[in-house]
Ligand binder design. Sequence first.
Ligand code: NI
Ligand code: MN
Length: 224
Amino acid sequence: MVEVHFLGHATTLITGGKTTILIDPFLSGNPLAAASPDEVSADLIVVTHAHGDHWGDTVPIAKRSGALVVSTFEIASRASQEGANSWAMNIGGRYDFDGGWLKFYPAWHSSSFPDGSYGGMPMGVVIELEGKKIYHAGDTALFSDMALIGEAGIDLALLPIGDTFTMGPEDALKALELIKPKKVVPIHYNTFPPIRQDGDAFVARASALGFDGVALKPGESVQI
Ligand code: NI
Ligand code: MN
């Protein structure tokens, strides 16, 4: 059994398998954060892109917990320069770990570090852990190749619904039709005024289309 903990914004902690995975750790400076950077540890930290609300606390958590930062060449290089262990990849690449694997897919977005330097291509990630497949879309617009990602058989999709910087609810519903996950959890909304959305309303609309979903509050988790 795998447990997916929503820590606020796009920050997700996946536990229960042999490997604990933290995605996009943005805790300090996140008004919805359900934990402080001192409280979270992982074996792997996956960073979808370099924006501050995803790169966030990657280096301090990696250095304290010994986590390996797995991301683009550009983000992994920066993590290593700042003293963390890292593994450099790019879109299309797969990384095997104890109990599963992960694979990076495109995301339609941008990716610069808070200082303006280039972060490589923005990405989404599919993680298979203990036989369960989780798709964290990162920050992205709707794109039709999500149907290819869905062919893998996704147990849980974490999709942005905030609008303004990513898909809004309308397009996230179209994404569901392409991905056809067993369950959906909306992310990347309500953290800041420009991305205010109603997560429960999105889940109700998803349900009307036949998709099971839950709008997790920061700190809540779902088992798959
Ligand atoms: Ni972003
Ligand atoms: Mn973002």
